[in-house]
Design a protein around this ligand. Structure first.
Ligand SMILES: Cc1cc2nc3c(=O)[nH]c(=O)nc-3n(C[C@H](O)[C@H](O)[C@H](O)COP(=O)(O)OP(=O)(O)OC[C@H]3O[C@@H](n4cnc5c(N)ncnc54)[C@H](O)[C@@H]3O)c2cc1C
Length: 289
């Protein structure tokens, strides 16, 4: 299919991009990697008055920076760049692992971290990691800069909290727990996930775990935090009984869809089984991050 007609503009600076967003008064769409936007234009699911191509803004939006306890990833950083970055490997191994589950190499070569978060796909891996690790989404618009906690950013299926005249400039992460685990189950490679799980926690020498975070993707309109399950595991040694209880608590708050890929019952069935396995794996001597 062919998109409906739109203006195409290619700013040289973020300031210029924001001027365009203001000029088109919420009727423009930012083009980053195009891996979601271009198909949506082709299917006419979106009919913007203008497309603002931000691909020239690599100097301002294409950097990965480690400063003190913070790691900042520019919105235009491609999945492949993040996947191969030593800074991400050292500071955000959960993100690196999750990215490997995204699409295929072609998609990862083009798709951007900012685009992934803006897309707010309920099964999106980057959205899930951003929520689980408590990332901040940095946005800019005509009114200036805003910092949105990931927990407030995903407001519905493919819906985010950006103003239509704002764009994401970066994702910012703080210090994250020492260990992490990621699980995803789809019907086949490259299909939408039926269930994804992101977990992070820090083991102490006395055998207890702290700063436990559990994120669940694909079960609700947005990724969610399994707060009751995380609270059950906080400060505890993770014996089998505790893990089993936590895995059941993770069912609180889920609202799994039923669609061509799987029934709600099947998705519900998968969750406690795989969460328990993931958590157990994090505690094993053979854990390798
Ligand atoms: C075959 C295939 C398989 C895929 N598999 C997966 C998968 O397994 N997991 C997954 O999460 N995704 C998957 N995707 C989607 C892919 O990850 C997209 O790259 C991603 O969703 C959007 O990133 P992008 O840079 O391509 O954004 P674009 O397609 O350019 O934009 C997507 C949306 O975000 C907006 N946007 C982009 N950048 C910004 C910004 N800086 N500020 C504000 N708004 C912005 C656009 O206006 C648009 O609405 C797949 C895509 C394909 C084609």
């Amino acid at each position: 299919m062919k998109p409906s007609a739109f203006e195409y503009v290619r700013p040289d600076t973020v300031d210029e991009a924001i001027d365009f967003l203001e000029t088109y008064a919420g009727e423009a769409r930012v083009l980053a990697g195009g891996q979601s936007l271009v198909p949506m234009l082709g299917m006419r699911l979106m009919r913007p008055a203008a497309v603002i191509d931000i691909n020239r803004l690599t100097e301002e939006l294409g950097q990965i920076e480690a400063r003190g306890s913070e790691t900042t990833i520019g919105a235009l950083v491609r999945y492949t760049e993040a996947e191969g970055s030593p800074v991400i490997a050292e500071r955000l191994p959960l993100l690196r692992t999750a990215i490997r589950h995204i699409g295929d190499r072609q998609v990862r070569n083009r798709g951007t971290l900012g685009g992934a978060v803006a897309q707010a796909d309920p099964t999106g891996e980057v959205a899930l990691v951003a929520l689980t690790l408590g990332a901040t989404i940095v946005a800019r618009g005509p009114a200036g800069m805003r910092e949105l906690p990931a927990a407030e950013f995903f407001v519905g299926s493919y819906a985010n909290a950006l103003d239509p005249q704002e764009m994401i400039t970066a994702l910012r992460f703080g210090v994250v727990p020492a260990r992490c685990g990621f699980f995803e189950r789809g019907r086949k490679h490259n299909d939408f996930a039926l269930l994804s799980l992101a977990v992070a926690a820090t083991p102490e020498p006395d055998g207890t775990w702290h700063d436990v975070r559990i994120g669940i993707g694909g079960m609700n309109q947005t990724p969610i935090l399994a707060r009751a399950a995380a609270a059950r595991l906080e400060g505890q040694a993770w014996d089998d009984a505790t893990l089993a209880e936590a895995a059941e608590l993770a069912l609180e708050g889920i609202d799994p869809p039923a669609d061509v890929r799987a029934s709600a019952e099947y998705r519900t069935h998968l969750l406690p089984i795989h969460l328990r396995r993931l958590l157990r794996g994090m505690g094993e001597d053979s854990y390798d991050g």
